[in-house]
Design a protein around this ligand. Structure first.
Ligand SMILES: Cc1cc2nc3c(=O)[nH]c(=O)nc-3n(C[C@H](O)[C@H](O)[C@H](O)COP(=O)(O)OP(=O)(O)OC[C@H]3O[C@@H](n4cnc5c(N)ncnc54)[C@H](O)[C@@H]3O)c2cc1C
Length: 540
């Protein structure tokens, strides 16, 4: 009996399944929902209107995974708009960060000569630091008490890479990790709108505001993943579900079996060793090895019987911070909204190429759209969550994926996908079901300050609260990353110190999801790293 069960078909579970199948094992993936994909799914929320329901952009996915799984064979088409992020303010000013640093510099020059000068240095600095940190992503964190020789070697190599940065960047790296991202942004830039746009990456999905310590680490992690401190717009044709459907096909072709509508109710344990699972319908499935793609809270607090884990471990896992503060709002639109920060209708020229502003506006809206004009706005949005309420003026990270992928909406219509912060999982004086539409109204009202004609074009609206993230998508506490990505819950501390190597206190039970190193985001790295450790143990 050498069979393996993987609980959950999120993108990490599917990546783990692929590598295990390639290594000659026969993983059986059990997914509670009717579709595979976890937080990476495309769903129809109104007849004819589809979008990536939760994650809208890849982290990006590790290039090694794209190559190993030959994802293009399964029809995966990545879409990378020319714009990373467009940030309007409510007074008709805006800025745009393009993929092309020169275009960005030209654009920033309209706002501040100083910022136009700093930006290329900012981009290059984070690219250098990111390159030196990139090996971290595919590393198994070391055993802190007794590091093995190979772990010391890997750490040494990493340290050597960091030494190679030179003293100035080394100091920057050491300083930036624990810094509040508001301070970091202010060190580099003078325009508030730009500072807030940069700071937004540090608080993405976090229960933290730009003045919270350690939020700059988000920029370092992004740079390690992508070579850039500011998140990309890295979409997929057909939405994020196209990616997980392809991962599922690649895993199945390699020899994995994927079963949907198969909720695991518990992990069976005998003498401290996992022996398989029991499904919600009562079926028992024995297994030699069990791997959980569910988050650490579900895995340890729901799937294991009380008494299987030491009280001290249970206590630590109960204190693992995983209370989310994100809601998603989807709008079906009859037309593209007009943002006041864009100049519609006037022909302009760019270099030798003559473009109409409509084309240019469309391009500017094709990446991510940041709403949060200054650092104080972002911090105030977080304040509400700190005191148990959602923000009446939330920070929004928006995409209109139908601009680059018209297949998502009827002809001429659009879908708008809005990531809204801050909306805490626990509301102080109410429950989410009674305040769902109030949150939707707050988001639309804020957005109308930037795109006044928006309301006229709304055909339908879907509001996904943090409670929905838990109930429908299985994310405990509604946390989008399976737990805070703060410094105290990263690397050798993810999910807990002593248990960051994908193994658990239960023999034969492993973790492979975003609750393990290097955490959330659609990178596939936790799944790939976990498979390496599992294969090592199985071949031993
Ligand atoms: C609203 C939102 C927006 C996001 N935006 C982005 C973004 O733009 N870019 C980005 O890179 N990342 C984003 N993320 C984060 C990213 O999507 C996640 O970190 C990542 O998808 C986690 O993948 P995973 O495979 O580890 O876990 P999941 O995708 O959570 O998959 C876990 C799977 O396990 C299943 N499961 C749980 N319990 C059981 C059980 N008992 N039995 C069977 N199955 C079970 C679940 O149904 C689920 O399918 C976002 C996440 C959310 C929620």
């Amino acid at each position: 009996m050498r069979n393996i069960i993987i609980i959950g078909a999120g993108h990490n579970g599917l990546v783990t399944a692929y590598y295990l199948a390639k290594a000659g094992f026969k993983p059986l993936v059990l997914e509670r929902r009717e579709i595979a994909g976890g937080a990476c799914v495309t769903e129809e929320f109104h007849p004819g209107f589809r979008c990536s329901t939760l994650a809208t952009s890849t982290g990006p996915l590790l290039p090694q995974i794209v190559r190993d799984l030959q994802l293009e064979r399964y029809g995966v088409e990545f879409i990378k708009p020319a714009v990373r992020v467009f940030s309007p303010d409510a007074n008709g000013r805006s800025l745009c960060l393009f993929e092309d640093p020169q275009r960005t510099t030209d654009e920033l020059g309209r706002l501040s000569a100083g910022d136009a000068k700093s930006y290329p240095d900012f981009v290059e600095t984070f690219a250098r630091i990111g390159r030196s940190l990139a090996p971290l992503l595919t590393m198994t964190p070391p055993n802190i008490d007794k590091p093995a020789k190979s772990e010391l070697w890997n750490l040494g190599k990493l340290g050597w890479g960091i030494r190679g940065l030179g003293r100035k960047d080394e100091y920057r790296l050491l300083r930036y990790g624990p810094m509040a991202v508001a301070d970091l942004a202010a060190e580099w830039f003078e325009t508030e709108l730009l500072r807030a746009t940069v700071a937004a990456r540090g608080i993405f999905g976090a229960f933290a505001g730009p003045w919270s310590a350690g939020t700059s680490a988000g920029l370092l992690l992004q740079a390690a993943t992508d070579g850039h401190a500011i998140a990309p717009a890295a979409f997929l044709k057909g939405g994020m579900g196209a990616l997980t459907q392809a991962l599922a096909k690649a895993a199945a072709e390699a020899g994995a079996e994927i079963r949907t509508n198969a909720e695991v109710a518990s992990v069976s344990v005998r003498d401290g060793k996992a022996t398989g699972v029991v499904l919600a319908n009562g079926q028992e499935i024995p297994a030699w090895t069990t791997v959980s793609n569910a988050d650490p809270s579900v895995t340890f607090l729901e799937l294991l019987a009380y008494g299987e884990l030491e009280p001290s471990f249970l206590n630590k896992i109960r204190n693992y911070r995983a209370q989310g503060a994100v809601a998603k709002i989807h709008l079906a639109l009859s037309a593209l909204p007009k943002f006041t920060g864009l100049n519609y209708g006037t022909p302009t020229s760019r270099g030798s190429e003559r473009v109409t502003c409509d084309t240019e506006s469309m391009e500017k809206l094709s990446g991510r759209i940041h709403i949060g004009p200054d650092i104080d706005y972002l911090e105030r949005a977080f304040d509400a969550a700190k005191y148990g309420d959602f923000s009446p003026r939330p920070h929004l990270d928006i995409t209109i994926p139908s601009i680059t992928d018209p297949s998502l909406a009827p002809k001429g219509a659009h879908v708008m996908s809005i990531h809204a912060q801050f909306a805490p999982y626990k509301l102080k004086d109410a429950d989410w079901n009674s305040r769902r539409e109030e949150l939707g109204d707050a988001v639309v009202n804020v957005l109308c300050e930037y795109a006044p004609n928006l309301k006229e074009s709304i055909v339908a609206r879907q509001v996904i609260t943090p409670l929905d993230l838990e109930k429908t998508y299985g994310l405990s506490g509604g946390h989008i990353h399976h737990g805070e990505m703060s410094l105290d819950q990263q690397f050798a501390f993810r999910p807990l110190i002593g248990w960051a190597q994908y193994r658990t206190p239960i023999k034969g039970l492993y973790l492979c999801g975003a609750g393990t190193h290097p955490g959330g985001g659609v990178t596939g790295a936790p799944g790939m790293n976990a498979s390496r450790e599992i294969i090592k143990d199985l071949k031993r």
